[in-house]
Design a protein around this ligand. Sequence first.
Ligand SMILES: [Zn+2]
Ligand SMILES: [Zn+2]
Length: 330
Amino acid sequence: MIFKCRNCGGNVVYSPEKQKMFCPYCESVESEELQRSPDGNIRICPDCGGEIPLKEHTAATQCPYCSNYLILDERVEGEYLPGKMIPFKLGKETCKKVLRDKFEKSLFAPTDFLSEVRLNSMQGTYVPFWLYDYDVNAIYEAEGTKVRSWVSGNMSYTETSYYEVRRNIDIGFHDIPVDASVEMPDDVMDLMEPYDYMQMIDFEPRYMSGFYAEKYNMDSEQLKSRANQKMMEDTRALVQAQVSGYSSVRQLRNDIRVKCAGQTYGLLPVWKYLYRYNNQEYPFYVNGQTGKIVGTVPISAGKVWIYTGTLWACLTTILAGLTLCAQLFL
Ligand SMILES: [Zn+2]
Ligand SMILES: [Zn+2]
């Protein structure tokens, strides 16, 4: 499918800066109409009839002949229909500014690293994700002690009090993200976190117009164990945070039970900047919602400097979205 302008027939794209659909040819806003491929052949551009070279998992791309942005119907429908998405908040111009502000005064990068021509090659891509939800119950039991010592006259006393520690905690995890793209390195996506999942909306194809996209290429069952692991680690940490103030704790029981689990297929925005230097590729990524940068910059001297933004522990993301209700027994 393609979004065409009702006024001039140009290709209408989603403008993150305007937060609206925008026709770059006649500058109309919200003038789009959806046009589907006439014969359903996703390899043929519905506008110019050119044959589009497609990668196995491409869901949206730019026609190399007419430069229009196309969305491949059958890769955003049926089993590949995303439930949710975060539309791009940063357009290409804003993204260039983010990179320039960050690196302009740095002396390490080759001179053309921030050149207009190079930066224009940046591509906005929607990366496929599975977002997992869990309702969990944790029961924790332990024997805790509190020790008090004091001196009276020439006698010293030690008093040890024993406590039966019981915690019964219900935790709801929402949208634990795991990227579902083979192409996208897992460590990069982990570093791109956090996204603000409060801004997630129901999927609408028009937000894809003007960008690239990939459909999921790893299914939710394949990736479940990664989300499970995050959930278990965070549950244990949350339970531990509820047990404090004792001199010693002897754990008797620590049961974590998943009461209910589910997942949603979603798309998250990433700007990719592939910089080539001395026959080497240096991929650079910017979170399309927050502007957080992750990448490796070449140094002119031939060395490589690893740049990442602050590494946010996974817990931070999850804490933002969880509801915690605890019943405490002492
Ligand atoms: Zn127009
Ligand atoms: Zn075309």
